[in-house]
Design a protein around this ligand. Sequence first.
Ligand code: PLP
Length: 361
Amino acid sequence: MELLRGTIDEIKRNIQGYPATVHYAIKANYAPEILTTIAATGLGADLVNGYELQAALDAGFKPSQLAFSGVGKTDWEIKAGLDHDIFCFNVESFPELQNISDIATACGKVANVAIRVNPNINAHTHRYVTTGVAENKFGINLNLLDNIVDMALRLPGIHLRGLHFHIGSQIMTMRPYKLLCGRINELQDHFNAKGIFFEMINAGGGLGVDYDNPDEHPIADFKSFFDVFKANLKLREGQQLHFEFGRSVVAQCGTLLSRVLYVKDNGNKQFVILDAGMTDLIRPALYQSHHQIQNLTSKSERWQNYDVVGPVCESSDVFGRDEQLPVTTRGDLIAIRSAGAYGESMSSRYNMRPLPHHQLI
Ligand SMILES: *Cc1c(COP(=O)(O)O)cnc(C)c1O
């Protein structure tokens, strides 16, 4: 929890004097204690459905700080957002925009909306976490943007506040963000020339963390991130810039702890078989990602290569191949680091396994 607060302090330090508002993306980690801690720091929240909306309200986020994203908002979720007068719906399609307007009109409200733009920028991250190129399901393609902005300005139940972007996740270089700034500048110029001005721009999240060296880099490089926007993005007079960080807020704050069930020697390979598996942390199986693995018990001076695997009945249930660990034996405690984001929140009950539980320190 100390690192979590330190991380949020670092974010706040970097936006001092800059017209930026930061939302925490709840899907990264929605443990109630984490949410209340983040809400208490004054950050807003980014949600992707009505369940997260309720969790955000329960944790103390103010409705005026809630941005609601997602390609598949249902009617009851839209209604809930309207009932609470949330800050903004990030709209991802024409029929969604129409539906929000219809529902808002029916209950005598006007919905605050940002259009999620697919800026066609490759974030150069894993293809499962790239969201801002034309082939992705997210956002409105550039060639359709004029049409949807016109529609938003026409519809009675819609108040168009701005444009929203989110180009991907675990982005480790600043180049995609620089390109994003350029794209936002072009779009603002384009719309301003037509007499259309936006109250706010939402640049999304996606800032990466150092999974290989969590101890050297416990806090993501927020300074470089914000410097790119400060240097490249031309905000209009009075315009507010929003961000939505998930991973970079919580990833380094969590560790998956596991026991070694068996060390299995199959002749040419040694396997460390853990009691934790892909149901507790699916990132390695889903995105071929790697987390640092440490043996907290072994005092051995001898190091050895192991494949570190879980007990789940899938060949992809592997945390690391050819991991260098001190000689490891049954019962050792293993730490899988940087598991605070998209770990517990993506856990499942496959194989009827119980969900992981968390302990706060
Ligand atoms: C998931 C998500 C985020 C957060 O992404 P991170 O990579 O965890 O920072 C931000 N905005 C939207 C719309 C999202 O779907």
